[in-house]
Structures are given as C-alpha cells and as structure tokens.
Design a protein around this ligand. Structure first.
Ligand SMILES: NC(=O)c1ccc[n+]([C@@H]2O[C@H](COP(=O)([O-])OP(=O)(O)OC[C@H]3O[C@@H](n4cnc5c(N)ncnc54)[C@H](OP(=O)(O)O)[C@@H]3O)[C@@H](O)[C@H]2O)c1
Length: 384
C-alpha cells in the first residue's frame, strides 16, 4: 500500500519524522510512505534528504497563513503532519501561525481526505498570558473543531515537552559529533531498531537505509551549550526549579511513524486523543544546565537570577534581531512553570482523552530497543 505523507514544517522535527517514515517504508512491505516536505522554503532539507532517500517526493512551497497554497500540496495525502510553530514574534504573529494557520492546515487536510497529526506543546492553555501557550491551545481547539464529527478519530494531537537531539535549539551548539570510517559518505545513521542516533554505525547495514549525510550542513543556531562558551556562568531564573521532561526527537518520529501506519487497532486507540510526549527523565531547569556543562566539559557556575531581571533582559532583547542571547519575556515566564507530562489526568479540561506516549512507542516500535531514549544517554553523543 502506498501512502503520501505531507510534513508541514520542514524543520527539526520534520527532518526526523521524514527519516523515520521513509526508513520504515524500506523495511515494511505493507506500507510504503512517500514523504512530501512542505514549508515556505523546504528545498534545503529536501536537498539534504533526497540523495540518500528514495521515499522523498519533490518539495512544495506553502505558507500556512495563505490557505490557497495548501490544497494542491495536500492532494492525494493520506496523512498530514502539522508542525509549523514559532518561538518569537508579536501576539498577532502567534495568532496567525499557531492558531489560524493551524486551522488552515486542518481544514485543507480534512478536505483532502487526509488524517492529521497536529503537533502542539505541553503547557497549551487558552487562559495563559504567554502567546505561545495560548495560541497552542487555541490552535488545538480550532483543529479539533475542524475534525469534529465523522472525522474525529482521524486526528491525533501530540504535545511534546522540550525535544532534544542533534540540531535541537535547546541544548545543542554544533553539528553532531561523528566518527565515520574513512571513505564513508555518511556521518550519522538512523538506527531503526532503536530509532536512536548511532554515530559510529556507518557500516552499511539495512538500518543505514535512512543514513543522513550531515557533511556540509551548516552549524545550527545554539542555546545553552553555546552560551556557556561565551558567558562566565550559566544563568537560570528564580532558582531554576521548574521541571522539564526532555523527549528525544527520534521517539517523537517513532510515534508519528506508528500513527502513519493507519493500522485500525492503533487508530482506535489514539484517534481523537492527545498524547503528551515526555522522555524517561524529569529534570529541573538547573539540572539541565548542569547536564549541559557536564557533557560539553566546561566549568561554569550556574547562577540564579531573579525573574524581574529576566523580564528586563527580555524587554530589551525583544527589540533586537534574534540572536544567541535572545530571550523574550514570554520565554522567561515559560521557564517559571513545569513542563512535564500529565500522568494523573485521563482527560484535559476540554474533555479530550489522553493516551500515554510510552505505551504507544514501546509497544508498537519495530523490533530492537523499544524504551524511550534518556537524555543522559543521547546528549553525550552530540553535545559539544
Ligand atoms: N522543538 C521543541 O523542543 C518543541 C517542543 C514542543 C513543541 N514543539 C512544536 O513542534 C513543532 C515543530 O517544532 P520544530 O522544533 O521542528 O520547529 P522548527 O525547526 O522551527 O520548524 C518549523 C518549521 O515551520 C516552517 N514555517 C514557519 N512559518 C511557516 C509558514 N507560515 N508556513 C509554512 N511553514 C512555516 C519553517 O520553515 P520555513 O522557514 O521553510 O517556512 C520551519 O522549518 C512546532 O509547532 C513546535 O511548537 C517543539
């Protein structure tokens, strides 16, 4: 069976989801995914993936704000993965992208007869003063409304905590550290059995089918690891006591691949539900900073600054172009609350049921290591 999957948002998650979908198609005789990358400028990622990956279709340029760009891109799709989100911008930008734009994507997906995986975030809350959290909730609500009724089960909402992996924008500072044998063109392989990065496996096994060559990929934007290069200390606000549950990008990709199989039993379990995605470790903001320093081997004190200082920094930085030191007042506020999976509730305030992320990934992953990846195991592989 052939299936066209449109990945809307060709960024960090989009790349790993594309890899997982096309890798699976090589191993599975029942579903062959053809993946179409769609964003305003999807060519760069397309160029990177197409050389090693036969399941990648020509990319399509879309702008989710402009509905008219979506229908032709979604034509013939069986699944749309809605990933477009922003971290910076005015409240109006957040409304346009994460609320109205998400709704446009959902409508176009439904009209094309496709199922939808909509990626929101833990912390989505309609009453939040933080534009990111507020519009993530409004986006979810709008998307749910679009799929209400007969197509209700065709929608799955994923809500990740912070996502880690090579090229993430949180921990990372550079390209993945790799150690390829001489003559190998591949730098990092996607290990399908564990869906983890295996930087030293360049041996050409079946699992190398989805190998991705990072050579020539320019260094990506950085966060805390890079900050620690330039600052004499790493700052946390308000003691850094809020908790996070970092989730590995490969595990999110695994979940999407499982949903994309369109298996009736899996659809019945997760259709219409919210899946909050967190990894096996819960760490405070301060512990995360300490982990970064441990793995990039820099000695820096972690210094707690009061929230008002963060807000002052935010007020200034918001006026400047985005740079390494950019932090917005909203982000400072976000750092003041926990960002972990809600294990206690069976449904959220809107009455939507939750489905556990670990149960989905650990039960339905293809053979090999099935447990969720720990930040303690993966971070040393790529952090510099
Ligand atoms: N990364 C995390 O830690 C994390 C945590 C929780 C939730 N999430 C959510 O997961 C989703 C994916 O995150 P990510 O880290 O993969 O983000 P990302 O790397 O920034 O990718 C987002 C992509 O959206 C595209 N885009 C932006 N505006 C667009 C528009 N108007 N129309 C079409 N495409 C547009 C951008 O590509 P172009 O510039 O080519 O358009 C970009 O590649 C987001 O919704 C995010 O909120 C992420």
């Amino acid at each position: 069976m052939n299936s066209k999957v449109v990945i809307c948002g060709a960024g960090f998650l989009g790349k790993h989801i594309a890899l997982a979908l096309t890798s699976r198609s090589i191993l599975s005789s029942s579903v062959i995914h053809q993946v179409q990358l769609a964003s305003r400028n999807p060519e760069r990622l397309h160029t990177l993936l197409k050389s090693t990956n036969s399941g990648i279709l020509p990319p399509t340029s879309i702008d989710i704000i402009d509905k008219s760009t979506l229908s032709s891109a979604f034509y013939g799709a069986s699944l749309v993965v809605s990933l477009v989100g922003i971290m910076h911008g005015s409240p109006a930008d957040f409304d346009q992208i994460q609320w109205k734009g998400a709704e446009n994507v959902a409508k176009a997906a439904r009209d094309a007869g496709a199922r939808l995986v909509h990626v929101s975030a833990i912390g989505a809350d309609k009453d939040s003063p933080i534009p990111y959290n507020r519009t993530k909730a409004l986006g979810e609500e709008a998307v749910r409304e679009v799929f209400k009724g007969k197509t209700e089960k065709d929608l799955v909402v994923l809500r990740p905590s912070i996502v880690f992996g090579p090229e993430d924008d949180f921990f990372n500072s550079q390209q993945p550290k790799v150690n390829c044998p001489k003559g190998s063109s591949s730098a990092v392989s996607y290990d399908l059995t564990s869906a983890r990065y295996n930087p030293n496996d360049c041996s050409g096994t079946a699992f190398r089918a989805a190998t991705l060559d990072h050579c020539g990929f320019p260094p990506v934007s950085s966060r805390f690891s890079k900050l620690s290069k330039f600052l004499p200390f790493l700052p946390v606000f308000g003691g850094g006591t809020s908790r996070f549950q970092p989730v590995y990008v490969g595990d999110i990709a695994r979940a999407v691949e499982i949903i994309a199989r369109n298996d009736p039993a899996i659809n019945a379990m997760v259709g219409g539900k919210i899946i909050e995605c967190g990894g096996p470790d819960v760490l405070t903001y301060k512990e995360i900073m300490q982990l970064v320093l441990k793995h990039n081997r820099r000695r820096r004190p972690v210094v707690s600054l009061p929230f008002w200082m963060g807000n002052m920094q935010g007020a200034v930085m918001e006026q400047l172009p985005v740079n390494l030191f950019t932090v917005t007042r909203s982000q400072v506020q976000q750092l003041n609350s926990d960002n972990i999976v809600n294990n206690s509730a069976s449904e959220n305030s809107m009455g939507t049921e939750y489905f556990p992320f670990d149960a989905l990934v650990e039960k339905y992953s293809i053979s090999g290591t099935k447990s969720l990846a720990s930040v303690h195991d993966v971070l040393p592989v790529y952090l510099t």
